[in-house]
Each structure stands twice: as structure tokens, then as C-alpha cells.
Design a protein around this ligand. Structure first.
Ligand code: SAH
Length: 419
């Protein structure tokens, strides 16, 4: 979501004559596009702002946009009085207002819904992967999550706007389209003729674009997986066989306290539907350990579900109490050292599964999408359909290549391009 917002902000500033620089000391305007999901992310913003303040030109304007702006509100100015702007995730399109008068302060953390999408100029060049938002906000009210506060209620974008933006991204270079939303599979839009569109309709239309080779979406809420969408995995070959469907915890007791609207059995039934329709499908998840009241037994159930599903790639987090959320004021907060121990244990299980899956890919061939140069500056990185990074030595790195996997470890694959 923030990658997308960042590109749109960049194209807006480019229209006002700015170019990008990597060097804070050269910049005339500096902004941090921020995430507030965990406290650590918010803390990082304020330490980064401190460093920027030291390094920037004295007359450069600087500020915070995104979810930390919304979370902090006017407190951001109290913490850093000379900030020039604080703009929430649905008001960053107002940034140009400050360009006409850099001496003013710009503050807007209102939830403007979809307004920003209409105000921003389209991107002029797309990365090979284009992230296209289908909605803003979220209605799920998971008790740990700040997103409904920072990004507001869920609003689906008009179907035709999404298709137009997707078509444009393909025309300016995208080969893979990743549809994004906090609750992406809950997308539902009814036009003025009363016709309702779902995510499956968006994917079906997108698959007709010749130059688009791969389609995926993230993040999905398990019980919003409708049959039309599941069925599409059996018929639409451009849809990658890889799905992010966060379970968060393997304990029914904790799922209930999180206000997730499913139990482990129901979740498994959805996974099984996918496996029947698309046997080569693999799943990734997000996990939270140390949610208030999580017993050792609850945690063991999370470890058990991780093994049972065999998630090939997951994100696991220590529970972080957030303002404006119900869980932050629950009794039985778990001590930090226990959260850390549990995270290490879970990560070790997840790493083993990931390593095993990567090793099982040796000798297979995949259509892979180019990503960039590796750290050494000599090799190329591609992404497999399961989003594994695959390192390739070649003088002919095409955007989309057929690659045979030659070796693998926990974090990446190695392969060679075959014709
Ligand atoms: N709607 C998105 C949420 C994005 S946040 C989704 O369902 O994926 C990404 C992940 O951060 C969540 O899935 C959750 O695992 C984690 N997360 C959210 N709030 C958190 C908190 N307070 N503490 C720790 N992890 C959290």
C-alpha cells in the first residue's frame, strides 16, 4: 500500500517540477510515508525525522504523511515543532498546497475516502509489478489492529477506475499486477445500473490484457473467500498459485479474542477448497504471537497450524499494543521476554518449512519475473510464481524468463534461464 502511495506522491511532485534524490542534503522537500501497524514502525519514524532534521538544507520543507500522521495528529507538531506538514493516508494529495507558501503549516488527517485517487496524476512509468488498490480502509475491527482507525471504513473503488488504472499501468510497463487492499477479497462495488462487481471480475478483465503475464492480490480475509474467486484459481492461468491468507493464530480461543470471524476448522476448509481447485497452490500467512491472554497451549496450537498448512512464506510479529484498539486495554498482556521466546520458536518452524519448500523446487522450471540486480551488483534477481527470489547469472536478463532451478537454501533459489 505504501509503495503505491509513494509512487503516486512522486508523480505528483514530478508534475510540480521536482526530481527524486537519494541524498537528504540535496532535497528541497522531504517526506516520510509511514506505517503505524506496530509501535516499532511509529518509533522509527520519529528517529528518522530526527536524523533528517540534522541533515537537511535549512530551508528544505519536511513532514510526515500516511498512517503515523493520522495516528499522531497534532502531537507530531508538539514532538517536532518545525515540521512543515502532517498529512494522513487519505489527504496526501493536498501536499502541493504547501509548495505555494512554504512558511505555512499543512495539517490534514481527515478520512477523505477515495478523493485522493481522483486528484493524483497517473504514474508515467510503471515498475514491472504494479500495485493497484481496489479499496481503502477496513471494516473488520480486529481487536489488535489500528488500520480501521488510520485508514477508516472500507470503501471499494469504482470497477471502471480500477480497470483504467490497471490498463494504464500495463501500457507504461507493468507485467505483473498485484491488487491490494486491507481486505482485498471483500471488494464489492455496485455501479449506477445496479450491477455488482467482485474481485473475480477485476481479475477476469485484467487477464485479457495481453502484456499482463501474472496476477495476484493481497491481503485476504479468510472468510471473504467467495466461491467465484476460489474457482478462478482453477481456470485463470495468469493467477499465481500463491496466496496470502493470514490466520494470525492457531488457537480458537485467541482468534475469538482477536475478533477474527472464523475458527481453525473453518479456515482449514477454505484451504482445502483451494487445494482441490489448484493442487499446486501454496499459502503464506501473517502471525501474531503474545496476543493478550495467549497461553503456552494457545501458542503451541499456532505452531501446530503452521506445520499443518505448511506455509511457504510468512510474516510473524510480536503483539504490539496500539492506540485506538480494544486489545491494548485487555488484561493479561504478555511479558516482552515471553513474546520474544515464542517468536523465535515460531520463526524457526516457519524457516524449516520455507527451506524444505525451496529445496523441493530444485530441477523444476518456472516463469519468473525480473526484479533487479543482487547485492553484489553482478547477478540478477527474478521472482518465481511463489515469490521466491531466484538468483541468475546471465548477460541477457529479459523481464520475463523461463528459469530452471539449480540450487536452493532457506532464503533464495539459484537458477539458469532456459529457452
Ligand atoms: N489487513 C491487513 C493488515 C495489515 S497489517 C491484513 O489482514 O493483512 C499486516 C499484519 O500486521 C497483520 O496481518 C498482522 O499480522 C500484523 N499486525 C497488525 N496489527 C498488529 C499489532 N498490533 N501487533 C502485531 N502485529 C500486528
Amino acid at each position: 500500500m505504501n509503495v503505491y502511495d509513494g509512487l503516486r506522491i512522486a508523480s505528483m511532485l514530478e508534475k510540480h517540477g521536482f526530481t527524486q534524490t537519494e541524498n537528504v542534503g540535496d532535497a528541497d522537500i522531504i517526506l516520510l510515508n509511514t506505517c503505524a501497524v506496530r509501535a516499532k514502525a511509529t518509533d522509527k519514524v520519529y528517529s528518522a525525522i530526527g536524523r533528517i532534521r540534522q541533515a537537511k538544507k535549512p530551508n528544505a520543507i519536511y513532514g510526515i504523511v500516511g498512517c503515523v500522521a493520522r495516528e499522531s495528529g497534532t502531537d507530531a507538531f508538539r514532538r517536532i515543532p518545525d515540521l512543515n506538514f502532517v498529512l494522513g493516508p487519505q489527504s496526501y494529495h493536498k501536499l502541493p498546497e504547501i509548495l505555494s507558501d512554504p512558511d505555512t503549516k499543512l495539517f490534514d488527517i481527515n478520512l477523505g475516502g477515495l478523493e485522493k485517487f481522483d486528484e493524483l496524476p497517473p504514474i508515467t512509468k510503471s515498475p514491472l509489478v504494479a500495485y493497484i488498490p481496489v479499496q481503502e480502509g477496513c471494516n473488520h475491527c480486529c481487536t489488535y489492529c489500528i488500520v480501521p482507525y488510520t485508514r477508516g471504513p472500507e470503501i471499494s473503488r469504482p470497477f471502471n477506475d480500477i480497470l483504467a488504472e490497471t490498463m494504464h499501468a500495463a501500457n507504461v510497463g507493468a507485467i505483473e499486477i498485484c491488487f491490494i487492499g486491507q481486505n482485498v477479497n471483500g471488494y464489492k462495488y455496485t455501479d449506477k445500473d445496479g450491477k455488482t462487481y467482485r474481485l473475480s471480475d477485476i481479475i477476469r478483465e485484467t487477464a485479457k490484457i495481453d502484456s499482463v503475464k501474472r496476477i495476484r492480490f493481497t491481503s485476504s480475509y479468510p472468510t471473504e473467500m467467495t466461491d467465484d474467486l476460489i474457482q478462478l484459481f482453477g481456470t485463470e492461468s495468469k493467477l499465481l498459485p500463491f496466496l496470502n491468507m493470514p490466520i494470525q493464530s492457531g488457537s480458537d480461543n485467541i482468534l475469538q479474542k482477536m475478533h477474527r470471524q472464523y475458527n481453525v476448522d473453518e479456515y482449514m476448509q477454505i484451504i482445502n477448497k483451494f487445494k482441490t481447485i489448484r493442487p499446486d497452490i501454496q499459502i503464506s500467512s501473517d502471525f501474531i504471537v503474545g496476543f493478550p491472554g495467549e497461553s503456552e497451549n494457545d501458542f503451541m496450537e499456532t505452531c501446530a497450524i503452521a506445520k499443518r498448512v505448511g506455509y511457504i512464506n510468512s510474516y510473524s510479529f510480536k503483539y504490539s499494543p496500539r492506540p485506538h484498539t480494544a486489545a491494548a486495554i485487555m488484561q493479561q498482556q504478555i511479558p516482552e521476554n515471553i513474546k520474544s521466546e515464542r517468536l523465535i520458536k515460531l520463526d524457526s518452524i516457519l524457516n524449516d518449512i520455507q527451506r524444505e519448500f525451496n529445496l523441493s523446487c530444485i530441477d523444476k522450471t518456472f516463469d519468473c519475473l525480473y526484479e533487479g540486480i543482487d547485492k553484489t551488483g553482478t547477478k540478477h534477481i527474478y521472482r518465481t510464481p511463489y515469490m521466491q527470489p531466484c538468483i541468475v547469472e546471465t548477460n541477457n536478463a529479459t523481464p520475463f524468463a523461463h528459469i530452471k532451478i539449480t540450487s536452493a537454501n532457506k532464503s533464495c533459489l539459484h537458477g539458469k534461464i532456459i529457452d
